[in-house]
Design a protein around this ligand. Structure first.
Ligand code: FES
Length: 153
């Protein structure tokens, strides 16, 4: 077996989801309460509001072995800090542009909005984003040694 073949067999995408503590995290909680299935490769990082999301957080996640990063916040107009989700969407857009410029793959970053009652949508987002990243393959900055065991670094 070639090293590339071994990498493909063992690799599972590692996803970091930055979720605001109000709507997005509540939706994740609801998905869990409803026992909805979504990939276990999605690691939720709780943030007070998506307005706290920073490009550096995403870059650090990639540096630590993430294959994809998404930000999930309240619906537009419903942010508990007024416009945090609007600012987050702009930052995600800016990050996509920067990632495209260096050939990293802007599809590896996304922004979602959902309400606290949208547990099924949370699970759907997690599944769709994981499928997207699985289709893209491992992060180009991931070392082959990391790919087989993405939880360790
Ligand atoms: Fe949820 Fe601001 S509190 S996005």
């Amino acid at each position: 077996m070639t090293p590339d073949a071994a990498l493909k067999i063992e690799w599972e995408p590692k996803i970091i989801a930055f979720c605001c503590q109000y709507c997005a995290y509540s939706a994740a909680d609801m998905a869990g309460s409803m026992r909805l299935q979504y990939p276990t490769d999605v690691e939720i990082v709780l943030i007070p509001c998506t307005g706290r999301f920073d490009v550096i957080l995403a870059l650090k996640a990639f540096e630590n072995g993430a294959d994809g990063v998404y930000v999930a916040g309240c619906l537009e107009g419903n942010c508990h800090f007024l416009d945090g989700n609007i600012r987050a969407r702009k930052r995600v857009g800016m990050l996509k542009g920067e990632l495209a410029a260096i050939g990293f793959g802007p599809e590896r970053v996304e922004m979602y909005n959902l309400s606290a009652s949208q547990g099924p949508k949370f699970a759907e987002i997690a599944r769709e984003f994981t499928e997207r990243i699985a289709g893209l393959g491992p992060s180009p900055i991931k070392r082959p040694a990391d790919a087989g065991n993405p939880g360790e670094s």
